[in-house]
Design a protein around this ligand. Structure first.
Ligand SMILES: Cc1cc2nc3c(=O)[nH]c(=O)nc-3n(C[C@H](O)[C@H](O)[C@H](O)COP(=O)(O)OP(=O)(O)OC[C@H]3O[C@@H](n4cnc5c(N)ncnc54)[C@H](O)[C@@H]3O)c2cc1C
Length: 506
């Protein structure tokens, strides 16, 4: 639709601008042909980063991985929900493409970024408050989990945030979210009791069990398809004694035994004692011939005697070559992996992919040798590949369902979420690296089908870029999500103007 000057003028007046200001904006916009940027700049001069400024460069550099660093024409950094609302009205009126970013931890280009159009970056919306009774935290979408844990820790409480400090709040919480408390409390989204959301048209609403419950459900896995979440209200839980966690490193020759032990723990101890989490981490760095095999146990029940919870004895009995374990705070646990090497990775080329499979001992054993077999001979510079095995027990899914459901299509089945994380040095190797990943994921798919263990859904927070994540949630869920989208986003701006992420219609 072509907008006339009269329409544009009257729109600008509805935003509270006076006639003189409107004329100035019109003149500038006629010169550079861009009303949206002129308007954002005029209304919120302190909330706009322009290209070639240090703030712009700094903001773009925070994406996790250089592939995601696209060059928006303007970065809009609102302070409050009302500014987000005005921003959305402007995008809608001028039919302007935009993207939304929280922590920017999605490494796929264009998921939370945009080239030549407008980026809403929520980095300044980092309010964080706790109710006087300490049972509920209100968390702005500009927060990272490390800050959330540290702030709540002084009050002896915690929330089901991500396992690493630099991970952003909003992407994780609209994509189901795995925390170390997954087995006992369900997905992180299960603890969100209210989302404050800016919808199409700029309307600010709450979504909770009493108000807009269908939208509340849809945001538990539905990503950026419905609006921009401007506040998450989460249930807290007491964590006065901190946590215990450890890393058990094994020789690569033990990998199949470790995979079997992981299966036994997942189907035994984790089911009997859900206050336990054990992740299985494999890594291959072909350039230096390094293969690592680790189990990473965690518990918030710290009042055990002896060096580790007795239920973990089978993992120690295998004979790890190295053990580091200790009682610590949740903040420490979330920051200790953030080493200089980790920070270096944030500037590399990064890819991620996911598959979920039913717990199956022989399949686990088979998969455990596939990573080094597939990537071991890679000659790509600085190629580093890891596969993280995250157990999702039937109890975890049941618990999420009890707390209001999950839109992510998770079935009440004891399963493992296999998450591939890859980085390499050079853009020139992108095609080769991505092809290798695609082939590896296809091999996992074949193995899982062979044992009739493939789960249909993909986990939004670690899925590959080209996967139909929303479709993978199942026909019923997809239809419900689409109905919510039609109801709350009549003009469908979060399908057509808000780029990036996994959309409801492909
Ligand atoms: C090192 C590392 C460790 C990780 N560990 C965990 C973990 O322990 N548990 C886990 O669950 N995940 C983990 N992840 C995955 C992580 O959850 C996702 O990358 C998630 O998207 C990060 O959130 P973000 O705010 O940084 O997302 P962004 O990259 O900013 O955005 C992701 C998507 O969410 C949308 N979005 C962002 N903000 C909003 C908003 N306010 N309203 C609506 N849509 C929005 C974006 O448009 C985009 O499509 C990890 C990722 C990394 C890189």
């Amino acid at each position: 639709m072509i907008l006339g000057l009269e329409q544009i003028t009257s729109f600008m007046l509805t935003l509270g601008l006076v006639h003189d200001h409107v004329s100035q904006i019109t003149k500038s916009a006629e010169c550079n042909g861009n009303y949206t940027e002129e308007l954002l700049n005029a209304l919120f001069p302190n909330n706009v980063y322009l290209p070639a400024t240090p703030e712009y460069a700094e903001s773009i550099s925070t994406y996790f991985g250089s592939r995601a660093r696209l060059n928006a024409s303007v970065i809009f950094v609102p302070d409050v929900a009302e500014q987000v609302s005005t921003g959305v009205k402007i995008m809608e009126f001028f039919d302007q493409q935009f993207a939304v970013r929280g922590g920017g931890q999605t490494s796929h280009p264009g998921m939370a970024g945009i080239e030549d159009d407008i980026l809403f970056s929520l980095e300044r919306m980092n309010e964080l408050t706790l109710t006087p009774s300490k049972d509920r935290a209100s968390i702005g979408p500009g927060n990272l989990w490390g800050r959330v844990f540290e702030t709540l820790e002084s009050s002896g409480v915690a929330v089901t945030g991500g396992t690493l400090a630099p991970v952003g709040v909003p992407g994780l919480l609209t994509g189901n979210g795995f925390s170390n408390f997954l087995s006992s409390r369900g997905f992180s989204t299960g603890d969100v009791v209210n989302f404050q959301v800016v919808l199409g048209g700029g309307r600010i609403v709450n979504a909770n069990p009493a108000e807009n419950p269908d939208l509340w459900w849809a945001l538990k896995g539905g990503s950026n398809n419905f609006g921009i979440v401007t506040r998450f209200d989460m249930n807290t839980f007491p964590l006065p004694g901190g946590i215990w966690s450890g890393t058990l490193a094994y020789n690569s020759s033990q990998v199949e035994t470790v995979a079997e032990a992981f299966y036994e723990i997942q189907t035994g101890a984790l089911v009997e004692s859900p206050h336990l989490d054990v992740q299985f981490m494999q890594m291959v760095i072909p350039g230096i011939g390094l293969t690592t095999t680790e189990l990473v146990p965690f518990t918030d029940h710290v009042n055990f005697t002896g060096p580790y919870p007795s239920s973990l004895k089978p993992l120690f009995d295998i004979g790890p070559s190295d053990v580091s374990s200790a009682r610590k705070t949740l903040t420490k646990s979330s920051t200790e992996a953030v080493t200089p090497e980790f920070i270096e990775v944030t500037n590399k080329r990064i890819n991620r992919a996911n598959i979920n499979i039913k717990a199956h001992k022989r399949l686990y054993k088979e998969i455990s040798t596939m990573l080094s077999a597939h990537y071991g001979s890679s000659t790509l510079e600085d190629h580093s590949v890891s596969l993280s095995w995250n157990p999702v027990t039937a109890h975890a899914v049941r618990e999420s369902n009890r707390k209001g459901g999950n839109a992510g299509g998770w079935q009440e089945v004891n399963q493992v979420s296999l998450n591939l994380r890859v980085n390499w040095a050079n853009a020139a190797d992108d095609m080769a690296a991505l092809k290798m990943d695609e082939e590896f994921m296809a091999k996992l798919d074949v193995a899982a089908r062979k044992w009739d263990s493939l789960m249909p859904n993909q986990w939004a927070n670690n899925a590959a870029a080209n996967v139909d994540v929303m479709g993978s949630y199942g026909e019923t869920n997809l239809e419900k999500l689409r109905a919510v989208s039609r109801k709350y986003d009549e003009a469908q701006i979060f399908q057509t103007l808000c780029r990036g992420g996994y959309k409801l219609w492909n």
